[in-house]
Design a protein. Sequence first.
Length: 511
Amino acid sequence: MDKLLWRVLPLSTLLISFALFFYLHNSNNAELYPIIKLAEGECSLFPYDHYWISSKRILTSQGIISGSVEINEGKIASIVEGYGKQGSSVQQVIDYGDAFIMPGLIDVHVHLDEPGRTEWEGFVTGTRAAAAGGVTTVVDMPLNNHPTTVSKETLELKLEAAENKIYVDVGFWGGLIPENAQNTSILEGLLDAGVLGVKSFMCPSGINDFPMTTIEHIKEGLSVLAKYKRPLVVHSEIQQDSKSNLELKGNGDPHAYNTYLVTRPPSWEEAAIKELVDVTKDTRIGGTLEGAHVHIVHLSDSSASLDLIKEAKRRGDSISVETAPHYLTFSSEEIPDRDTRYKCSPPIRDALNKEKLWEAVLDGHIDLLSSDHSPTVPELKLLKEGDFLKAWGGISSLQFDLPVTWSSGKKHGLTLEQLSLLWSQKPATFAGLESKGAIAIGNHADIVVWQPEVEFDLDDDYPVFLKHPSLSAYMGRRLSGKVLDTFVRGNLVFKDGKHAPAACGVPILAK
Ligand SMILES: NC(=O)NC(NC(N)=O)C(=O)[O-]
Ligand SMILES: [Zn+2]
Ligand SMILES: [Zn+2]
């Protein structure tokens, strides 16, 4: 017996070693490159400064190619056509096979809520969700953080709070409120400190220290912004409380979505946009506000409001518009009673409105997409009570920008090129983010690698990095388009469900 054992042992050791070798070899192949254990504090899950990534499908500024991209010290150093071919300086290659490589998404409308409301969201949770979704840059809104970002001093508080907490790059919108519109030195101080532009509300914002602006305040703001050549972004709704609406508010069932919907009709958006386009005529070349730009956030009304914007564009006004994936995905008819996760303003309208909005996206009348990720705490969303009139308005979605847009978009004929234009190139130009938004030589290596054809369920097992996953109306859905890896300035910040240990995103300040 002993003898037999001694004979079998070397043989089995040999077999085990072989098996182990093949297993490791294959699993390395599956991982596509060796995983090296990182020390705490590292910015990247791939510890090389100089490497290539290759795939059969790379969306470059010259179109989709099969080939490789050379990344060196955070920037795109070269692009080589031909799958499997790399330049002579090959050090490390990550071969993604036929996964799709494209520029990272730039989400210009995100409420990160820090400092002051970290129980709602925060720099760490928000930017980790972004990284997990292939979003490599976000631009943070000046509310619902406390204090709101309306002066140089409050921007400094933001920057302090963001230190060592951001996993992707973050730019900041300042706020235009009556106080700094009337005292332009405060506004200039805020712009000098580096906000990419300012945002205002034409209706109550729901946040006490962010009062609404009238069109007169907006004109004051625009005359300052014209000098800086930075945009004004506007929540474009003006309250039009007709008698019948007031009555409905009192009588309708607050658990029915329609009761909320009728309280914020398209005429609110139309009224605001009418006032805005009356002002944007002066932004034309030679006009008194030349250099200023008005950007309408989260357009929901695809009828009269959109027509006003199209007409202003035709005239040559400096105006642009975004919409959000929830207006392109959901329709009011299908929102269940009591499901306040869907409450936002302006509201999600009917299916016909949604289809017209898609048409406008595909025809290029909508300039870009953004999430308007605006969570709160579950208690304020009133998930248990299900009261649409009292619940906080805001959709929680940041991590799902890409799969949600793609899932609905592909059914409407959206191409991968259009998707990237709407989520990367256009937002980069709009927010003045040089060196971002395209895979082009010299640009930041801000990249998402994803599988457009892969479907997955957003179930309880799915790794969601939002602060409050239960608030997202997308939970429970089946989506197309799985994010594999995300690079920010060459750092592999997210891979296969894991984040890099250190938060190495940088704040982006306008100069
Ligand atoms: N204070 C907010 O975050 N409001 C947001 N709320 C929404 N959209 O329902 C917004 O962007 O208007
Ligand atoms: Zn808004
Ligand atoms: Zn918002």
